[in-house]
Design a protein. Structure first.
Length: 311
């Protein structure tokens, strides 16, 4: 398959994604307007930042086998597998945790397999070294000529793809906030925003390494730092796939207020963070804040018991 044959437009993505007001007194009382950038509506199988990060990578792959990485409940693996099914190219998913090879597939991995993805389970030590040349060489010797996309889909092409998100939001908002896993969306979003705008990243994992990851992605994608951005690392609720009763109660309430299905592992943490920040006076009166809704709840299984496995 060549690059002309891999026509992503036939998937009929909704672009630009809708921008919706969310009237909420928790923001209004501080003179702040909240908008929701509904990237979750871009495509049913490749929603939000998955579309924006994967689409340039898939064009570059031009129909060759795509090999990528993820945990047992990886949104990225599901999106890649779905893209392979819809566009007709082979996919390989390298899954963290060799113990999973001897268990029945959970609903997320079963969905990947049903979409034609070959699953390859590796032990956690090897997974940590997945970017090492010797590990990649071993994988390519097993699976042949593949295009390798990193965990979470975040690389220079992904960051470049996410600049369009920033372009779509030029003008109507001062701060654009997004939940962050591997940093590709924030790197591109910040680069695409206009003068006087800033991007705010809310990491959903612990560790404090995301800042350097975003800077590295921007150097690869754009040759230098790009745009104004910052991180607030207080709202990970314990890390990847970790939630608390407080977070679930907040998300339930937000759904009731706004009729928005709130994905718990990324979007709920983002919206919770913005509500707290508005109460702290982090946003000047008269300003507009936009929350990027990067995904929707997945009803195929509960990843809440799979820490570190949801990128």
């Amino acid at each position: 398959m060549d690059s002309e044959a891999l026509d992503l437009s036939r998937l009929q993505p909704v672009l630009p994604s809708p921008l919706q007001p969310a009237e909420d007194e928790r923001f209004a009382r501080h003179g702040v307007t909240l908008l929701l950038k509904r990237d979750d509506l871009i495509h049913p199988d490749l929603p939000g930042n998955k579309w924006r990060k994967l689409s340039p990578n898939l064009r570059a792959a031009a129909g060759r086998t795509v090999l990528t990485f993820g945990g047992a409940y990886s949104n990225h693996l599901r999106a890649t597998a779905a893209a392979g099914r819809l566009l007709g190219f082979p996919t390989v998913g390298v899954v963290r945790g060799d113990e999973l090879a001897h268990r029945a597939l959970n609903p997320s991995l079963a969905r990947c397999a049903a979409d034609g993805m070959r699953l390859h389970f590796v032990d956690r030590a090897a997974y940590r070294e997945k970017a090492a040349p010797r590990v990649l060489e071993g994988l390519l010797s097993l699976f042949g000529d593949c295009v390798v996309i990193p965990e979470g889909g975040s690389n220079a092409l992904a960051a470049q793809g996410c600049t369009e998100l920033g372009h779509e939001l030029r003008g109507p908002t001062g701060t654009v906030a997004v939940a962050c896993g591997t940093g590709g969306t924030l790197a591109g979003l910040a680069a695409g925003l206009g003068p006087g705008q800033r991007a705010l990243g809310v990491p959903v994992l612990r560790g404090g390494f995301l800042g350097e990851a975003v800077r590295g992605l921007q150097r690869e994608a754009f040759g230098a730092p790009a745009g104004q951005w910052s991180l607030d690392e207080r709202f990970h609720f314990g890390g990847y796939a970790r939630t608390t009763p407080e977070l679930h109660a907040f998300a339930d309430d937000f759904e009731d207020r706004h009729g928005l299905p709130v994905e718990r592992l990324y979007v709920a943490k983002l919206l919770y963070a913005l509500t707290v920040l508005a109460g702290e006076g982090a946003f000047a009166r008269g300003t507009t804040v936009t929350a990027v809704v990067t995904g929707r709840p997945w009803d195929g299984g509960d990843p809440g018991h799979a820490p570190s496995d949801s990128r």
